[in-house]
Write a protein that binds this ligand. Structure first.
Ligand SMILES: Nc1nc2c(ncn2[C@@H]2O[C@H](COP(=O)(O)OP(=O)(O)OP(=O)(O)O)[C@@H](O)[C@H]2O)c(=O)[nH]1
Ligand SMILES: Nc1nc2c(ncn2[C@@H]2O[C@H](COP(=O)(O)OP(=O)(O)OP(=O)(O)O)[C@@H](O)[C@H]2O)c(=O)[nH]1
Ligand SMILES: [Mg+2]
Ligand SMILES: [Mg+2]
Lengths: 292, 279
């Protein structure tokens, strides 16, 4: 663990006293490696370590903390300041239906997460409608319909012949007619560099003005997370992130990078394949996980 | 613009380190590669940045070529290919592409829908089968994946099929019960044919970071992976963890996925891959 590594670096520091610049640089090398091994983006890690250095150089070794623990404490605090607030909510509209759009790269977990969100919202007293706007992936509509049946949550779909913009607009109209309070739009996975597909998201957004645009990010994403999330944010505009597959052993550094670069809040964590596997975001737990 | 510097200074090594780390090559493998390059350029009289650049590319190609891809088991009838990997990496889509690839060589292909868990997994594979001309053996949702694999191999023998490709459910390698289930699928195949599965292909998403190495280790430990397929290289991710996988585990890369249509599969070529990673 990082604390053990830093303790080794600092055990030459005999008693109490100020940390010297050299002590701090040795420790920061370990911090930087830990962050990179946790998939934190190269530049984000560099900027982060620079901020930690600023705080650590000249600081006193506190009370009973070892110098290593002192640096870890500063690192932990800096991580939390980037990772943001826990428990951010979905902003529900005073005039239903609230429209929540799920976007992201292929295979990140959007369809499964849409179902999870629908279940979560229903448990909270909402009446959700799922909208199947992925007309490209084979059996994507069937996947959402099957999930809807399992949960007894309605799914609006028009098969694969229609334009996703039309499907979404019709889905929201259906929600309004049927008294659904939230419409959850499942969109097709797409590359941030696929102009046509990104334009489709922009057209959907302009047509129906969603209250939430949530990027689903796979927890095991590496350095590319910043590029992809940055492009989605710039082109479509995001209101939140959902980190999926957090039940694995990926360190999740992509979350730190995306937070640092886009400032978009993490709203939920996907923690399993079943539809009840959705948890609120705990930044302190993610910080410990990233540090390893 | 990495190599417009006039000399081999620390700035150049830093730039190379950033290029590799940013491609998900990882800290340890990056250090190993750069050490090897430094050792090589030390033997050159007036090494230029171009020398370093070229030496690095050569080191990377050498790393990727070191585990030779085993020749396909062409005498097996049918040849059995088991496809495994974590959730959402592109297994089912890749199987569709592999089936098209074998079909284009005139082979009869049968697909086993052994993902009996995920919603519409069977339907997804069936659509791919229709698209590329491969029959699909499937059971009802919740059925035992081993039973599907068994029936598929039986059917393949009786129908004179050349290749059976077994699709499995995505599973995180940390889930012990799911890894046990996968081992059981493999044992079922072995019971029918001691040589089966002739290939165990791990599908890895190019956007995956350091976790890819843990995935490769765990799946190899469980079901003896014979090769890796790197998908989604049509994005901006470089899949550099493949270098760590080759270096540490000696697993060959066999194919790359470059899109969502049946044709978007190419044999892995180290030189092409390295040129894309380090232009
Ligand atoms: N273990 C685990 N698996 C998950 C989680 N979320 C989704 N999955 C799985 O990840 C895989 C991909 O999920 P999908 O919901 O199909 O992903 P998607 O983003 O809709 O995929 P595309 O529509 O093709 O882009 C499936 O096997 C899901 O069961 C999670 O939190 N944990
Ligand atoms: N751009 C791109 N997308 C891909 C590629 N390979 C697969 N995909 C997409 O990735 C998503 C997931 O593919 P699947 O084949 O369902 O992945 P899987 O591993 O079978 O998923 P699970 O069975 O749920 O674990 C789909 O949207 C595919 O179209 C690729 O090479 N490039
Ligand atoms: Mg989907
Ligand atoms: Mg699949």
């Amino acid at each position: 663990a990082l604390t053990t590594k830093l303790d080794a670096v600092f055990k030459k520091l005999a008693g109490r006293g100020r940390l010297s610049e050299k002590d701090v640089d040795d420790a920061l090398r370990e911090v930087r490696v830990a962050l990179l091994e946790a998939d934190v983006h190269f530049r984000v890690a560099r900027d982060f370590v620079a901020r930690v250095r600023e705080r650590a150089v000249g600081s006193d070794v506190l009370g009973s903390l070892t110098p290593g623990q002192q640096v870890v404490k500063i690192v932990h605090e800096e991580l939390l300041s980037v990772l943001g607030e826990g428990q951010p909510r979905l902003s529900l509209s005073p005039t239903p239906p609230t429209v929540v759009m799920l976007v992201g790269l292929q295979g990140s977990g959007k369809t499964t997460t849409a179902a999870k969100l629908a279940l979560h919202l229903r448990k909270g007293g909402q009446r959700p409608l799922l909208v199947a706007a992925d007309v490209y992936r084979p059996a994507a509509v069937e996947q959402l319909v099957t999930l809807g049946k399992q949960l007894d949550i309605p799914v609006y779909q028009q098969g694969i012949a229609a334009d996703p913009v039309e499907i979404v607009q019709n889905g929201i109209r259906r929600a309004r007619e049927q008294g659904n309070t939230v419409a959850l739009l499942d969109t097709a996975g797409r590359l941030h560099v696929d102009d046509e597909m990104m334009q489709e998201l922009v057209r959907i957004k302009e047509r129906i003005a969603p209250h939430e645009v949530l990027l689903v990010v796979d927890a095991m994403t590496g350095q590319d997370a910043v590029r992809a999330a940055g492009d989605f944010h710039q082109q479509v505009g995001l209101t939140g992130l959902i980190l999926s597959k957090m039940d694995g052993d990926a360190r999740g550094g992509a979350a730190l990078s995306v937070r640092a670069v886009t400032g978009v809040p993490v709203k939920f964590l996907g923690t399993g394949e079943k539809t009840d596997a959705l948890e609120p975001y705990h930044p302190d737990r993610l910080a410990s996980r990233i540090l390893g | 613009q990495l190599f417009q510097r006039g000399q081999l200074d620390q700035a150049l090594w830093d730039a190379l380190e950033e290029a590799l780390i940013s491609a998900d090559v990882g800290v340890a493998t990056t250090e190993r590669l750069l050490e090897a390059v430094k050792a090589r350029v030390r033997q050159v009289d007036h090494p230029s940045p171009e020398d370093a650049h070229l030496a690095l590319k050569e080191e990377m190609v050498r790393t990727l070529e070191t585990p030779p891809a085993p020749p396909p088991e062409l005498s097996a009838c049918p040849r059995v290919v088991l496809v495994v990997g974590v959730n959402g990496v592109g297994k089912t889509t890749t199987i569709g592409k592999l089936a098209r690839h074998f079909r284009s060589q005139g082979q009869r292909v049968l697909l086993a829908a052994a993902d009996t868990f995920r919603a519409a997994a069977t339907e997804q594979l069936q659509l791919w089968g229709e698209r590329v001309g491969a029959e699909v053996v499937a059971h009802q949702p919740g059925a035992d994946p081993g039973a599907v694999a068994f029936d598929a191999l039986q059917a393949a023998r009786s129908r004179d099929v050349d290749v059976v490709i077994v699709d499995t459910a995505g599973r995180l390698h940390t889930k012990v019960n799911l890894m046990e289930e996968l081992k059981k699928v493999r044992r079922v195949l072995q019971r029918l044919d001691p040589q089966a599965p002739h290939e165990v292909l791990l599908v890895l998403d190019a956007t995956t970071g350091q976790n890819g190495l843990l995935q490769a280790r765990a799946f190899t430990e469980a079901v003896e992976v014979t090769g890796v397929i790197l998908t989604k290289l049509d994005g901006t991710a470089k899949g550099g963890i493949a270098l760590a996988i080759c270096a540490d585990l000696g697993l060959p890369l066999v194919f790359v996925g470059t899109g969502e249509t049946p044709e978007d599969l190419a044999p892995f070529d180290p030189a092409t891959y390295v040129d894309a990673l380090l232009p």
